[in-house]
Design a binder for this molecule. Structure first.
Ligand code: ZN
Length: 114
């Protein structure tokens, strides 16, 4: 059966399929339509959500890394109240990382079940 040509006003010069497999991870082609534009790529809704979560994760990781560096830095313990405050922020960030990781895994699983 030939594919039904029902382009309801869509511009046909754009790629209509989700480009997920062609961006960050080489995990094959995604059959869903690319409805969301993200960083110059067209992604399906679930993959766009996944990408946003990944970006959030790496931003958080960077922050934790920076705070760890500061906490271990020379002389930073001299300011005790500041040191404890940063330590608390760091713990909160790690907590959020864990939570996001759970979200990401659930999301990845949901995508693969389709
Ligand atoms: Zn997709």
């Amino acid at each position: 059966m030939p594919p039904a040509d029902t382009n309801h006003g869509h511009t046909a010069d754009r790629q209509d399929r989700c480009e997920f497999g062609k961006t960050l991870f080489a995990s094959g082609d995604c059959p869903r339509p690319g409805d969301v534009q993200l960083d110059g790529s067209f992604l399906c809704v679930p993959h766009a959500k996944l990408m946003r979560l990944e970006v959030q994760q790496s931003t958080l990781l960077d922050k934790v890394f920076e705070m760890d560096k500061w906490l271990d830095g020379p002389g930073t313990r001299a300011n005790q109240s500041r040191w404890w405050r940063v330590l608390r922020q760091r713990d909160e960030a790690v907590e959020r990382l864990r939570f996001n990781r759970t979200l990401l895994e659930a999301h990845e699983e949901a995508i693969q079940q389709r």
